[in-house]
Design a protein around this ligand. Structure first.
Ligand code: SF4
Ligand code: SF4
Length: 194
Protein backbone atom coordinates (compact mmCIF):
# COMPACT_ATOMS: atom_id res chain seq x y z
CA UNK A 1 0.00 0.00 0.00
CA UNK A 2 1.30 3.48 -0.84
CA UNK A 3 1.46 5.50 2.34
CA UNK A 4 1.93 9.25 2.54
CA UNK A 5 5.44 8.60 3.78
CA UNK A 6 6.15 6.53 0.68
CA UNK A 7 4.57 9.11 -1.56
CA UNK A 8 6.84 11.83 -0.22
CA UNK A 9 9.89 9.65 0.22
CA UNK A 10 12.81 12.02 -0.31
CA UNK A 11 14.83 9.31 -2.04
CA UNK A 12 12.20 9.23 -4.79
CA UNK A 13 13.95 10.73 -7.85
CA UNK A 14 10.77 12.60 -8.80
CA UNK A 15 10.54 14.26 -5.39
CA UNK A 16 14.21 15.22 -5.65
CA UNK A 17 13.85 16.44 -9.22
CA UNK A 18 13.94 20.18 -8.43
CA UNK A 19 17.00 19.68 -6.24
CA UNK A 20 18.69 17.56 -8.89
CA UNK A 21 18.08 20.11 -11.66
CA UNK A 22 19.48 22.84 -9.38
CA UNK A 23 22.53 20.79 -8.45
CA UNK A 24 23.29 19.97 -12.06
CA UNK A 25 23.07 23.59 -13.23
CA UNK A 26 26.40 25.37 -13.52
CA UNK A 27 26.75 28.00 -10.80
CA UNK A 28 23.51 28.83 -9.01
CA UNK A 29 20.13 28.15 -10.63
CA UNK A 30 17.85 29.92 -8.09
CA UNK A 31 15.11 27.70 -9.50
CA UNK A 32 13.57 27.26 -6.06
CA UNK A 33 13.01 31.05 -5.96
CA UNK A 34 10.54 31.00 -8.90
CA UNK A 35 7.27 32.64 -7.90
CA UNK A 36 5.38 31.57 -11.06
CA UNK A 37 4.84 35.15 -12.18
CA UNK A 38 5.03 34.27 -15.90
CA UNK A 39 7.30 37.19 -16.85
CA UNK A 40 9.65 34.73 -18.55
CA UNK A 41 7.04 33.33 -20.93
CA UNK A 42 5.77 36.84 -21.67
CA UNK A 43 9.32 37.92 -22.64
CA UNK A 44 10.21 34.85 -24.65
CA UNK A 45 10.37 35.23 -28.45
CA UNK A 46 10.10 31.45 -28.87
CA UNK A 47 7.23 30.79 -26.45
CA UNK A 48 4.67 30.17 -29.22
CA UNK A 49 6.60 27.10 -30.37
CA UNK A 50 7.19 25.68 -26.89
CA UNK A 51 5.20 22.81 -25.38
CA UNK A 52 5.39 24.66 -22.06
CA UNK A 53 6.36 28.24 -21.24
CA UNK A 54 9.39 28.41 -18.93
CA UNK A 55 6.99 29.14 -16.04
CA UNK A 56 4.97 25.99 -16.78
CA UNK A 57 8.12 23.95 -17.17
CA UNK A 58 9.39 25.09 -13.78
CA UNK A 59 6.02 24.20 -12.25
CA UNK A 60 6.39 20.67 -13.67
CA UNK A 61 9.88 20.44 -12.17
CA UNK A 62 8.64 21.62 -8.80
CA UNK A 63 5.83 19.04 -8.95
CA UNK A 64 8.39 16.30 -9.60
CA UNK A 65 6.97 15.54 -13.03
CA UNK A 66 10.30 14.36 -14.38
CA UNK A 67 9.13 12.59 -17.52
CA UNK A 68 6.83 15.42 -18.64
CA UNK A 69 9.54 18.03 -18.02
CA UNK A 70 12.34 16.11 -19.72
CA UNK A 71 10.23 15.28 -22.78
CA UNK A 72 9.13 18.90 -23.26
CA UNK A 73 10.46 20.59 -26.39
CA UNK A 74 10.88 23.86 -24.46
CA UNK A 75 14.63 23.67 -23.69
CA UNK A 76 15.32 22.73 -27.31
CA UNK A 77 13.32 25.69 -28.62
CA UNK A 78 15.05 28.13 -26.23
CA UNK A 79 17.55 30.21 -28.21
CA UNK A 80 19.43 31.48 -25.14
CA UNK A 81 18.54 35.10 -25.87
CA UNK A 82 18.44 35.86 -22.11
CA UNK A 83 15.39 38.17 -22.42
CA UNK A 84 13.69 36.22 -19.64
CA UNK A 85 16.81 36.18 -17.48
CA UNK A 86 17.16 39.96 -17.38
CA UNK A 87 13.45 40.39 -16.60
CA UNK A 88 12.94 37.65 -14.03
CA UNK A 89 12.15 39.37 -10.70
CA UNK A 90 13.66 36.45 -8.81
CA UNK A 91 16.91 36.27 -10.76
CA UNK A 92 16.27 32.67 -11.77
CA UNK A 93 19.01 31.54 -14.16
CA UNK A 94 16.47 30.36 -16.71
CA UNK A 95 18.71 29.88 -19.74
CA UNK A 96 21.23 27.87 -17.68
CA UNK A 97 18.41 25.64 -16.42
CA UNK A 98 17.41 25.02 -20.05
CA UNK A 99 20.92 23.70 -20.75
CA UNK A 100 20.68 21.41 -17.74
CA UNK A 101 17.33 20.04 -18.89
CA UNK A 102 18.69 19.33 -22.36
CA UNK A 103 21.58 17.39 -20.93
CA UNK A 104 19.27 15.45 -18.59
CA UNK A 105 16.83 14.72 -21.44
CA UNK A 106 19.66 13.30 -23.55
CA UNK A 107 20.81 11.09 -20.68
CA UNK A 108 17.27 9.88 -20.01
CA UNK A 109 16.57 9.53 -23.76
CA UNK A 110 13.37 11.49 -23.27
CA UNK A 111 13.76 14.20 -25.92
CA UNK A 112 11.13 14.03 -28.66
CA UNK A 113 13.03 15.51 -31.57
CA UNK A 114 15.73 12.97 -32.38
CA UNK A 115 17.75 15.56 -34.34
CA UNK A 116 18.03 18.03 -31.44
CA UNK A 117 20.94 16.39 -29.57
CA UNK A 118 22.78 15.92 -32.85
CA UNK A 119 22.32 19.63 -33.63
CA UNK A 120 23.69 20.53 -30.19
CA UNK A 121 26.66 18.20 -30.70
CA UNK A 122 27.43 19.73 -34.09
CA UNK A 123 27.32 23.20 -32.49
CA UNK A 124 29.70 22.08 -29.72
CA UNK A 125 32.05 20.50 -32.29
CA UNK A 126 32.20 23.79 -34.19
CA UNK A 127 32.89 25.82 -31.06
CA UNK A 128 35.63 23.36 -30.06
CA UNK A 129 37.19 23.58 -33.53
CA UNK A 130 36.88 27.29 -34.28
CA UNK A 131 36.26 28.83 -30.86
CA UNK A 132 32.97 30.29 -32.07
CA UNK A 133 29.77 29.34 -33.84
CA UNK A 134 29.99 28.81 -37.62
CA UNK A 135 26.38 29.19 -38.70
CA UNK A 136 26.80 28.34 -42.38
CA UNK A 137 28.59 25.06 -41.61
CA UNK A 138 26.17 24.23 -38.81
CA UNK A 139 23.05 24.72 -40.93
CA UNK A 140 24.52 23.00 -43.97
CA UNK A 141 25.70 19.96 -42.04
CA UNK A 142 22.43 19.64 -40.11
CA UNK A 143 20.15 19.97 -43.12
CA UNK A 144 22.26 17.71 -45.34
CA UNK A 145 22.24 15.02 -42.67
CA UNK A 146 18.62 15.21 -41.51
CA UNK A 147 16.54 17.15 -44.02
CA UNK A 148 18.28 17.01 -47.43
CA UNK A 149 15.00 17.52 -49.27
CA UNK A 150 14.52 20.87 -47.53
CA UNK A 151 17.87 22.21 -48.73
CA UNK A 152 16.53 23.85 -51.93
CA UNK A 153 13.87 25.78 -49.98
CA UNK A 154 16.52 27.01 -47.51
CA UNK A 155 18.90 28.21 -50.23
CA UNK A 156 17.32 31.68 -50.83
CA UNK A 157 17.45 32.53 -47.11
CA UNK A 158 21.07 31.32 -46.87
CA UNK A 159 22.07 33.32 -49.95
CA UNK A 160 20.35 36.43 -48.54
CA UNK A 161 22.27 36.11 -45.27
CA UNK A 162 25.55 35.60 -47.11
CA UNK A 163 25.07 38.60 -49.40
CA UNK A 164 24.05 40.83 -46.47
CA UNK A 165 27.13 39.59 -44.60
CA UNK A 166 25.02 38.21 -41.76
CA UNK A 167 26.81 34.89 -42.15
CA UNK A 168 30.31 33.89 -43.33
CA UNK A 169 30.78 31.21 -45.95
CA UNK A 170 34.08 30.10 -44.42
CA UNK A 171 34.77 29.58 -40.71
CA UNK A 172 37.06 31.95 -38.82
CA UNK A 173 39.11 30.61 -35.97
CA UNK A 174 39.52 32.79 -32.91
CA UNK A 175 42.94 33.79 -31.68
CA UNK A 176 44.00 31.67 -28.74
CA UNK A 177 42.11 28.58 -29.89
CA UNK A 178 44.72 26.35 -28.22
CA UNK A 179 44.07 27.99 -24.84
CA UNK A 180 40.33 27.51 -25.33
CA UNK A 181 40.88 23.83 -26.18
CA UNK A 182 42.96 23.41 -23.02
CA UNK A 183 40.18 25.05 -20.94
CA UNK A 184 37.52 22.79 -22.50
CA UNK A 185 39.66 19.68 -21.98
CA UNK A 186 40.13 20.59 -18.31
CA UNK A 187 36.40 21.25 -17.92
CA UNK A 188 35.66 17.79 -19.35
CA UNK A 189 38.12 16.21 -16.89
CA UNK A 190 36.41 17.99 -13.98
CA UNK A 191 32.98 16.90 -15.26
CA UNK A 192 34.08 13.25 -15.26
CA UNK A 193 35.46 13.55 -11.72
CA UNK A 194 32.40 15.34 -10.24
S1 SF4 B 1 10.07 35.22 -14.54
FE1 SF4 B 1 11.28 34.17 -12.96
S2 SF4 B 1 9.97 34.09 -11.14
FE2 SF4 B 1 8.66 34.58 -12.90
S3 SF4 B 1 7.88 32.55 -13.61
FE3 SF4 B 1 9.70 33.00 -14.80
S4 SF4 B 1 11.38 32.03 -13.65
FE4 SF4 B 1 9.63 32.19 -12.27
S1 SF4 C 1 16.51 32.53 -22.94
FE1 SF4 C 1 15.19 30.94 -23.82
S2 SF4 C 1 13.42 30.83 -22.47
FE2 SF4 C 1 14.44 32.80 -22.07
S3 SF4 C 1 13.43 34.31 -23.39
FE3 SF4 C 1 15.20 33.54 -24.53
S4 SF4 C 1 14.40 31.80 -25.73
FE4 SF4 C 1 12.89 32.24 -24.14
Amino acid sequence: MTTLAHKFNDTDPNVRFLEEVSERTAGVSRLEMCIQCGTCGGSCPSAADMDHTPRMLFALIRAGMREEALSSNTPWICVSCYHCVVRCPQDVHIADVMYTLKSMAIQAKLYKDSTAPDFSQTFVDMVETYGRSYEFGLATRHYLKHFPLRMPSMAPMGLGMLTKKRMDITPKRIEGIEQLKAILARAKQLEVVS
